[in-house]
Design a protein around this ligand. Structure first.
Ligand SMILES: Cc1cc2nc3c(=O)[nH]c(=O)nc-3n(C[C@H](O)[C@H](O)[C@H](O)COP(=O)(O)OP(=O)(O)OC[C@H]3O[C@@H](n4cnc5c(N)ncnc54)[C@H](O)[C@@H]3O)c2cc1C
Length: 387
């Protein structure tokens, strides 16, 4: 199922589709079975320059818009693949771009653009604080020209496939800050120190193939020059990157929804029972049609969020709604597709059950649905703050 808009990065979409055709269902199925990292696929995307889409040309990237980046990731998902192994390489660098020093930009961005440095690990979530980011417990204590990090992160995806990680840690105790959002700082951590006595990465096996981990820090020394922006302002820096992440992940959900709708439509036409295709029954047609309508509505919100982002507007509401609606559209489409396939939906070789498991994540991560609803209730509708 392809995009309906006429001027819609058609060239980019076509070449991403051609690249993805080299990585068919069989490729993803085998990796899924082994919970293995899609190294060849990531290398191909890197080589084609797609992961450098958002890096300005002056740093060696392609300087494309967020809509173009969204089109890339949407096509990866619409082709049956999954961008989660590397999508963060596209947007995690935004924190350096927006808040890093001139020296940090010059040192890191060209290498990230060339794919020589992988900055795709993002350490925010912790086991005890979860969604309550301001309650995180990992600390960074200044000692001379270093910070000393202690604590634990969880769900740090791609940590084993990254050269650098963006880490959020507390530099001022919570009871000593002037504003509740102060006191957290962002650091660039060299992942080659992993598995030393000071930083241990442990993979977490999940219901889908997602290279996620937990990380323990025990007196890990990070050079002070790796602090991004001002000490104590890190929470704001992380928040400022979340809108682009939400738009891009919403685009992946749209891609997933298109894949499920396409797969279900084809199957409903081919599968003949009671001497007619199952798709001739309205009981089978209607959920497919509903999934299509929901996907199209969500797609419009993703486009609206991207267009406003490009215009420099405040898009907290649109980015959140795009993620919410696209996540719901992909999950409805996943359930519909599995139901349309009957028993065969559960068989690995159809890829439906794999994509079904993958699509479920976006009700929880990178932000769970309740948090989006809470944002809309409080910040858009003016309802009382609930937490
Ligand atoms: C596969 C995977 C990959 C991930 N990758 C990363 C990563 O790379 N980096 C990173 O930092 N994090 C990552 N995450 C973490 C992800 O962002 C969190 O799982 C998500 O934000 C939810 O936090 P939590 O799991 O701690 O749930 P909790 O915060 O414990 O919440 C549990 C449930 O309670 C609900 N809830 C909590 N508080 C409220 C409230 N006040 N009102 C209503 N409902 C509430 C939540 O919506 C949720 O449904 C990943 C998670 C997964 C599963």
């Amino acid at each position: 199922m392809r995009s309906q808009e006429p001027d819609d990065y058609a060239d980019i979409r076509e070449s991403v589709r051609a690249l993805c055709a080299k990585f068919p269902g069989e490729y993803w199925r085998t990796l899924d079975r082994d919970r293995a990292y899609p190294a060849a696929f990531v290398a191909a995307l890197t080589e084609a320059g797609y992961l450098a889409a958002l890096i300005p040309e002056e740093y060696g990237g392609s300087g494309l818009t967020i809509s173009a980046a969204a089109a890339i990731l949407e096509e990866v998902h619409a082709s049956g693949g999954n961008g989660a192994a590397c999508h963060a390489q596209m947007y995690t660098m935004g924190t350096i771009l927006r808040h890093g020093s001139k020296a940090q930009k010059e040192r890191y961005l060209p290498k990230i653009a060339a794919g020589e440095l992988r900055l795709q690990a993002f350490g925010v979530t912790e086991p005890t604080s979860g969604t309550d980011t301001l309650a995180l417990r990992t600390t960074a204590r200044r000692e001379g020209d270093h910070y000393v990090i202690n604590g634990q992160k969880i769900w740090t995806s791609r940590a084993e496939h990254s050269d650098l990680m963006l880490l959020l840690a507390r530099t001022t105790p919570r009871d000593q800050v002037a504003k509740r959002t102060d006191g957290l700082s962002v650091f660039l951590v060299d992942m080659h120190l992993a598995q030393s006595a000071n930083m241990t990465i442990t993979p977490i096996r999940t219901m889908m193939n997602h290279a996620t981990t937990q990380i323990f820090f025990d007196d890990l020394r990070v050079p002070a020059e790796n602090l991004v922006g001002e000490e104590g302002k890190g929470f704001r820096y992380i928040l400022s990157g979340m809108n682009s992440e939400r738009i891009l992940i919403a685009a992946e959900c749209i891609g997933d929804a298109k894949w499920f709708i396409d797969k279900a439509t084809r199957y409903a036409k081919e599968r003949v029972l009671f001497e007619r295709p199952i798709g001739q029954n309205q009981g089978v047609q209607f959920p497919i049609a509903r999934a299509y309508a929901q996907m199209r509505a969500a797609e419009l919100m993703v486009r609206e969020a991207a267009a406003k982002y490009e215009a420099g507007s405040d898009i907290g509401a649109e980015a959140n709604m795009a993620k919410l609606l696209a996540g719901d559209a992909s999950w409805f489409a996943a359930d519909m597709c599995l139901q349309t396939h009957g028993g065969f939906g559960f068989a690995e070789e159809y890829d439906v059950e794999r994509k079904f498991r993958e699509a479920r994540l976006y009700q929880v991560a990178p932000i769970s649905t309740n948090m989006i609803l809470s944002y809309l209730a409080e910040h858009v509708l003016g309802l009382p703050r609930s937490y």
